[in-house]
Design a protein around this ligand. Structure first.
Ligand SMILES: C[S@@+](CC[C@H](N)C(=O)[O-])C[C@H]1O[C@@H](n2cnc3c(N)ncnc32)[C@H](O)[C@@H]1O
Length: 405
């Protein structure tokens, strides 16, 4: 058997339920009957060994019902189940040979992203000639996966992923060549925080890896609501198919008005489908330019940089979500006028920055913002994960002071 010690396991930050050892069986029973345990991830011991940390499926609701609400949900790096992981290496070794596995060591794609019943895999050029074997090994070690796609990166203004099908399941068979088109459907419903989100990563940006980010945004929004003493007017001008809103709209009494826009009409088409289900109200089928569709919903495609030119939109929002991480800092001046400066407000943003430039990016963000609320922390980029060898995906929040009249 090949020694795997040098090969990284798939890891990502996810919610875990912290349950005292004596109550684990009971908690697991409730979680499993609802499909809320993350499959393929391990239950971990706490540091003091008094608790078990049960990995939660992304589809589990944010507020778990009784009796699970007695336990704290914490975020930490999940660990892949060794059996699933070793199955993948065993299938791979059977197909390409142990020597070949050992020769390329870290180049093999040990991690992947699940989007519904699809798996997205980045394949290093060094092992690209083994793409079919990789697809087959992945599909055989993850029997719930229907379609494996190679990730060729995020492209263009719409940040759409270029994905190519590399393997599919047809009944009991695994296909890695000549995959019929009908097996290559990429539009799927993803469960997150108790809601289903329609997405198609080949037509609009979507990442399942941002759930913890979205939960943080929810916590910040709740703090802002408490400070203002009223529901928020939320502006998400780069909303994609709406995953941040899925979480925010799930919180009762959090919002009084929502602007959800994106430049990509395909994203808006899926957003409308999502809002129809989340709000249980009618929404148009076809994407349309940004318009007021309900008393408390402005939805449609629009260029975020021009929104503040519209009197009905300028200066109307308490929480501004800026999720175009390659261009956040340069876009800030055209977005800040969207905030209602009569009361405290917040900008919640993400940025992709070189590790070595985080401090200068912090300065640039602070310079691009109006005065901060007294005693609020200075906005600082927090690294969320690696974007590439040198770039980091970071997030920040800024509490903005009202203008003195
Ligand atoms: C990184 S994605 C984030 C999408 C979504 N917020 C999410 O978390 O899944 C950035 C989004 O901004 C949209 N976009 C790019 N330029 C834009 C612009 N000038 N105005 C509005 N949306 C834009 C893209 O189409 C894309 O959906």
């Amino acid at each position: 058997m090949v020694k795997r010690s040098g090969l990284p396991l798939a890891m990502n930050v996810m919610r875990h339920l912290r349950v005292p050892n004596r109550l684990v069986e009971e908690a697991l029973g409730h979680l499993r009957s609802n499909d809320w345990v993350s499959s393929g991830m391990r239950i971990l011991p706490s540091e003091d060994n008094e608790y078990r940390l049960i990995p939660l499926d992304v589809g589990a609701p944010i507020e778990l019902p009784s009796p699970l609400d007695d336990f704290e949900a914490i975020e930490l790096e999940g660990a892949a189940e060794e059996r699933v992981d070793s199955d993948w290496w065993a299938h791979l070794a059977r197909m390409v040979g142990e020597d070949e596995v050992e020769k390329h060591r870290e180049a093999w794609p040990s991690s992947h992203e699940f989007i519904g019943d699809m798996m997205v895999v980045r394949i290093d050029d060094e092992v690209a000639e083994h793409t079919s074997a990789i697809a087959e090994a992945k599909l055989r070690s993850h029997p719930h996966i229907r379609l494996a796609l190679r990730d060729n990166g995020v492209q263009g203004e719409f940040r759409i992923r270029e994905l190519s099908p590399i393997g599919a399941r047809m009944g009991d068979e695994v296909l890695v060549g000549g995959i019929p088109t009908e097996l290559c459907e990429t539009q799927v419903l993803v469960r997150e925080s108790g809601r289903s989100i329609l997405c198609d990563p080949t037509r609009a940006y979507f990442s399942t890896k941002l759930q913890t980010e979205r939960l943080e945004t929810l916590e910040l929004a709740k703090q802002l609501r408490q400070m203002l003493g009223r529901p928020l007017r939320i502006c998400d001008p780069f909303c994609g198919v709406g995953p941040a809103l899925a979480t925010l709209l799930g919180e009762p009494g959090l919002s009084s008005d929502v602007l959800a826009a994106d430049l990509n009409p395909h994203a808006v088409e899926m957003l409308l489908d999502n809002l129809r289900r989340w709000d249980n109200r009618p929404y148009p089928i076809e994407p349309l330019p940004l318009s007021r569709l309900h008393e408390d919903r402005m939805v449609g495609y629009a260029d975020a940089t021009t929104l503040s030119k519209e009197a009905a939109i300028e200066g109307k929002w308490d929480l501004l979500i800026v999720n175009l991480p390659h261009r956040t800092i340069e876009m800030m001046p055209s977005l800040i006028p969207l905030l209602d400066r009569a009361s405290p407000s917040m900008v919640r943003g993400r940025a992709i920055v070189a590790e070595s430039e985080i401090e200068s990016a912090n300065l640039a963000i602070r310079e691009s913002l109006p005065s901060l609320l007294e005693e609020s922390p200075e906005p600082s980029l927090r690294v969320k994960r690696d974007y590439s060898a040198t770039l980091r995906l970071c997030s920040f929040e800024a509490w903005i002071a009202p203008t003195v009249s």
